[in-house]
Design a binder for this molecule. Structure first.
Ligand code: PLP
Length: 381
C-alpha cells in the first residue's frame, strides 16, 4: 500500500494502474511484491515477446552491457549494423533509422513523408488508430479523445474510416496528400484488423497517386500476428514500416524502416537521436529478431486457434477480434472489472477501448496458457 500511495504522490498520475506491484518475473510468470505468482497474458503491452527476463535475451543484454554500454551515433557499432542487416533482410525493406520508442519511430515516418512529399504535406490516417503521444503522432492518431486537451495540434493530418472505401478514394483526391499511415490491427483502437479489401485498395491508390504507404507495426510486429509483420499477411509492399515495443523485447528501441522509394529521402543531419541504436538495445533486439522464424509463427497460430476456440461462445463474451496472439474480447461485463477479477485469480490481462486485450508472450508454455484461459473464462462469465 505504501508503494501505491508513494507512486501516486510522486509520479504524474497519467496511468490507471492495476493494484499490483511487480518485483520479478521469468518468462510468462511475474512475481508480485506479495510473493504471489501471476500468469502474464499481456507481455507489458506486446513488449516481452519471449516473456520477462528471457534467458537468451538476458545473456545478450548483459554480455553487451559488459562490453560497451553506449557510444552515441558519432561512432559505428557492430550491434547496430548487425540489427539493421537482419531487419532489412527479414522485411525486404532497404534502410532503417533507429530511435527509442514507437512514437519516435512514427515521428521519423512523418518526417520521411513530409520530405518525400515536398510541397505535399498531408498524411491520411485511419479513424480509431493510435500512433503515439508526441504532438505530431497524437495528431496522426485518429481518436479525438486523445486530442482534446492539446489543441491546436500540428497541421496536416486527415482521417478516414477504415470501413469506408469511398471516403478513402475521396481523401486521395486531395493534391496535398503525401502519405497514408495505417495499423493492420488497430491495437489501442480495440484490437480491430482492417479488411483485406481496404488494405489492397489503399495500396493501389497509393501507387496511382504516388503517395507513400506507411504501416505502423509497433504493436503488431515481431511475430505478434503470426508473421514478422502483420502487413505480410495482406501481401502489401509498404514504403515505410515502423516498429518498436517487441523489437527490443524489454528495452526501448524503435525503428523506422524505409523501402526502395524512400531509402534515399533522409540525408545528412535530417534526423538524429542520442540513444537511437544504442548497442545494448540493439543486442536485445538481435536476440528477439534472430528467433523470428516459420516454426515460431506456426506455434503462434496454433496458440491463437486454441485461444479462439476456448473463447468462442463463452458466457460473458459478446464478440472476438484480432489476429494471432493479439486478441480482443468484447465483454458483457465492463472489461476493467473482468481484468480485475483475472488479477485476483493470478492472471494478467489488458484492456483496450472497452475490450479485454490479450497479448501473451509468444512462447508461453501450453500448461500456463490453459490455466490462464480457464481463469479468464471464469472471470468473463
Ligand atoms: N503505435 C502503436 C500502434 C502503438 O500501439 C503504440 C503504443 O501503444 C505507439 C505507436 C506508441 O509507442 P510508444 O509508447 O513506444 O511511444
Amino acid at each position: 500500500m505504501d508503494l501505491f500511495s508513494r507512486d501516486q504522490d510522486y509520479i504524474a498520475n497519467t496511468y490507471a494502474r492495476f493494484p499490483l506491484a511487480v518485483s520479478g518475473g521469468k518468462g510468462s510468470v511475474w512475481i508480485g511484491e506479495d510473493g504471489r505468482e501471476y500468469i502474464d497474458l499481456g507481455s507489458g503491452i506486446a513488449v516481452n515477446v519471449f516473456g520477462a527476463s528471457d534467458e537468451e535475451w538476458v545473456q545478450a543484454v548483459s554480455g553487451q552491457a559488459r562490453l560497451l554500454s553506449h557510444t552515441s551515433n558519432w561512432y559505428y557499432t557492430k550491434p547496430q549494423v548487425a540489427l539493421a542487416c537482419m531487419l532489412l533482410e527479414k522485411s525486404g525493406m532497404a534502410k532503417v533509422f533507429f530511435g527509442n520508442s514507437g512514437a519516435e519511430a512514427n515521428e521519423c515516418a512523418i518526417k520521411v513523408a513530409r520530405k518525400y512529399g515536398g510541397k505535399r504535406y498531408k498524411i491520411i490516417s485511419l479513424e480509431g488508430s493510435f500512433h503515439g503521444r508526441t504532438l505530431a503522432t497524437l495528431a496522426m492518431t485518429g481518436q479525438d479523445i486523445f486530442h482534446e486537451q492539446y489543441l491546436p495540434l500540428p497541421e496536416g493530418f486527415t482521417y478516414v474510416s477504415p470501413y469506408d472505401l469511398a471516403a478513402l478514394e475521396k481523401a486521395f483526391d486531395d493534391p496535398a496528400v503525401c502519405a497514408l499511415m495505417m495499423e493492420i490491427v488497430q491495437g489501442e483502437g480495440g484490437v480491430e484488423p482492417i479488411s483485406r479489401a481496404f488494405a489492397q485498395r489503399a495500396q493501389e491508390l497509393c501507387h496511382e497517386h504516388d503517395i507513400l504507404l506507411m504501416v505502423d507495426e509497433i504493436q503488431t510486429g515481431m511475430g505478434r500476428t503470426g508473421a514478422l509483420f502483420a502487413y505480410m499477411h495482406y501481401g502489401l509492399r509498404p514504403d515505410v514500416v515502423t516498429a518498436a515495443k517487441g523489437l527490443g523485447g524489454g528495452l526501448p528501441i524503435g525503428a523506422c524502416l524505409m523501402g526502395q522509394k524512400t531509402e534515399g529521402v533522409l540525408s545528412l543531419s535530417d534526423h538524429g537521436s542520442t540513444f537511437g541504436g544504442n548497442p545494448v538495445c540493439c543486442a536485445a533486439a538481435l536476440s528477439v529478431l534472430g528467433r523470428m522464424n516459420q516454426p515460431l509463427y506456426d506455434e503462434i497460430n496454433e496458440k491463437s486457434r486454441f485461444m479462439i476456440t476456448e473463447l468462442t461462445g463463452l458466457p460473458g463474451v459478446k464478440s472476438l477480434s484480432g489476429m494471432g496472439l493479439m486478441l480482443g474480447i468484447e465483454t458483457v461485463k465492463p472489461a476493467r472489472e473482468t481484468a480485475l477479477q483475472c488479477l485476483e485469480k493470478g492472471v494478467l490481462v489488458l484492456t483496450a477501448k472497452g475490450k479485454i486485450r490479450l497479448l501473451p508472450p509468444v512462447n508461453i508454455p501450453w500448461p500456463l496458457l490453459r490455466i490462464g484461459m480457464a481463469a479468464l473464462a471464469e472471470s468473463l462469465a
